[in-house]
Design a protein around this ligand. Structure first.
Ligand code: SF4
Length: 72
């Protein structure tokens, strides 16, 4: 999966970083950024939790790869 942050929706509360700091980081510009665009599957459940917990639905997941396409 490939997490993407829609910057125009991000309010910079850092919830995603609290949940999964390996993948998300709040930077000096006040917005969350994706540190790891291809997170290991060990982090997928945390990334999905961040998607659910983001108050503005600013995190979008793009599926890619044959396995995920089949699962979709
Ligand atoms: S949880 Fe959502 S709104 Fe909050 S910093 Fe992360 S992307 Fe931005």
């Amino acid at each position: 999966m490939k997490p993407i942050i829609e910057k125009e929706l991000c309010i910079g509360d850092g919830i995603c970083e609290d949940i999964c700091p390996q993948v998300f980081k709040l930077k000096d510009d006040g917005f969350a950024h994706v540190l790891d665009k291809n997170p290991d599957s060990d982090f997928w459940s945390a990334v999905e939790e961040a998607v659910r917990e983001c108050p503005t639905d600013a995190i979008v997941l793009e599926a890619y790869g044959p396995e995920e396409e089949l699962a979709a």
